[in-house]
Design a protein around this ligand. Structure first.
Ligand code: NAP
Length: 304
C-alpha cells in the first residue's frame, strides 16, 4: 500500500509545480511526472510581464524559480511521458514510458502545445527555418528577415522579440485587427522593422527541396492575390492544442480540453484538471497557478 501515492501530478508547468508545492505542504505523498523538465509553455516566453511581483522576468527564469521552490519540499519527481491512465477509484494507474505509477488521486496539468497549420513545406522544414518557439530559435536568424504567423499575444510577443535581432519581421495575420493585448500592440507598432501583413493567410512555405526556408507564400483574403515574402525563417504562433491524447475516458470540450470547474474536479472521481489543459476562459500563468492551488484543495477534500 505504501507504493500508492496520495496524489500524482502530471505536468511540470506553473499549474503542476504549484500543485506540487501545495501537496507537499499538505503532507501528501506526492509524485510529479514531467515530460521535458520544468516550466512548460512559459519556457517559450521571453518576458512574462504580467505575473505579480516579477515584472519583466524571463519565462525560463520564472520556470526555474518555481521548480526550485518545489524542490525545497523534496517532492519526488520523475521524467516520463504519459501514454495512458487506467482510472480505478483509489488506485489510478498512470502508465508512462518509464513505468506505471499508482495514485489515489491524479492532477492532470499537462498543458498544451503549439498548433501546427499543415501548410505545404511546414513539416519538412520544421527545424530548418520553421519554428514554433521564437525564444528558442530566434538567435539563428540574426540580421535575417523572418515572418511570424498569428495575431494573438504569442505572435505579437514573438514579433517584438525577433525584431531585436532580425533585419526585418513580417507579422502575417488573417484579419484586420490583432487579438493581442493592447500594451503589446502598442509596443509592436512602435517598431520600424516590423511590417504587419493584414488580411493575409499563409499558403505555403517554400524551400522544402533546398532543405531551408526560402520564402512564405501568403494570400490576401479580399483580393486573393498571392505574394511571396522573402524570409529565412517562419515562426508559427497560431494557438495551441491540448496535451490530453493519453485519455479518452474523461469528459472534454469540442477542442479537447478537459472539462472541470474552478474546483478542478473532472467527470472522473479522484481525477482533477489544472492549468491550460482545463476548459477555461483565460490561460495565463496566474490562472494556472490558481488551478494548482485549487486542485490540491479538492484532492484533500476527496481524500478525507
Ligand atoms: P491565441 O490567442 O489563440 O491566438 C492565435 C492567433 O492565431 C489568433 O490571432 C488567430 O487569428 C491566429 N490563427 C489561429 N489559427 C490560424 C490559422 N489556421 N491561420 C492563421 N492564423 C490563425 O493563441 P496564443 O497567442 O498562442 O495565446 C494562447 C493563450 O496564451 C492566450 O490565452 C493568450 O492570451 C495567452 N498568453 C498570454 C500572454 C500574456 O498575457 N503575456 C502571453 C502569451 C500567451 P484570429 O485572431 O483571427 O482568431
Amino acid at each position: 500500500m505504501d507504493r500508492i501515492y496520495d496524489v500524482i501530478i502530471a505536468g511540470a508547468g506553473p499549474a503542476g509545480l504549484t500543485a506540487g508545492i501545495y501537496a507537499a505542504r499538505a503532507d501528501l505523498k506526492t509524485l510529479l511526472i514531467e515530460r521535458y523538465g520544468a516550466g512548460g509553455q512559459i519556457l517559450n516566453t521571453y518576458e512574462v510581464d504580467n505575473y505579480p511581483a516579477m515584472p519583466g522576468i524571463t519565462g525560463a527564469e520564472l520556470g526555474e524559480k518555481m521548480s526550485a521552490h518545489l524542490d525545497k519540499f523534496g517532492v519526488e519527481r520523475v521524467m516520463a511521458e504519459i501514454t495512458d491512465i487506467k482510472f480505478k477509484e483509489g488506485e489510478n494507474a498512470v502508465v508512462t514510458d518509464a513505468g506505471t505509477f499508482t495514485g489515489k488521486t491524479v492532477i492532470l496539468a499537462t498543458g498544451n502545445s503549439p498548433k501546427k497549420l499543415g501548410l505545404p513545406g511546414e513539416e519538412e522544414l520544421t527545424g530548418a527555418g520553421v519554428s514554433y518557439c521564437a525564444t528558442c530559435d530566434g538567435a539563428f536568424f540574426r540580421k535575417r528577415t523572418v515572418a511570424v504567423i498569428g495575431g494573438g499575444d504569442v505572435a505579437v510577443e514573438d514579433a517584438i522579440f525577433l525584431a531585436r535581432g532580425c533585419e526585418k519581421v513580417y507579422l502575417v495575420h488573417r484579419r484586420d485587427e490583432l487579438r493581442a493585448a493592447k500594451i503589446l500592440q502598442k509596443a509592436l507598432f512602435a517598431l520600424d522593422n516590423v511590417e504587419v501583413m493584414w488580411n493575409s493567410i499563409p499558403k505555403e512555405i517554400k524551400g522544402a527541396e533546398e532543405g531551408a526556408v526560402q520564402g512564405l507564400v501568403i494570400e490576401d483574403v479580399k483580393s486573393h492575390e498571392s505574394t511571396v515574402l522573402d524570409v529565412a525563417g517562419v515562426f508559427i504562433a497560431t494557438g495551441n492544442t491540448p496535451n490530453a491524447s493519453y485519455t479518452d475516458a474523461i469528459d472534454k470540450d469540442e477542442k479537447g480540453y478537459i472539462i472541470a470547474d474552478e474546483s478542478c474536479r473532472t467527470s472522473v472521481p479522484g481525477i482533477f484538471a489544472a492549468g491550460d489543459i482545463r476548459a477555461k476562459r483565460l490561460r495565463q500563468v496566474s490562472t494556472a497557478v490558481a488551478d494548482g492551488a485549487n486542485s490540491v484543495y479538492s484532492v484533500q477534500e476527496y481524500l478525507i
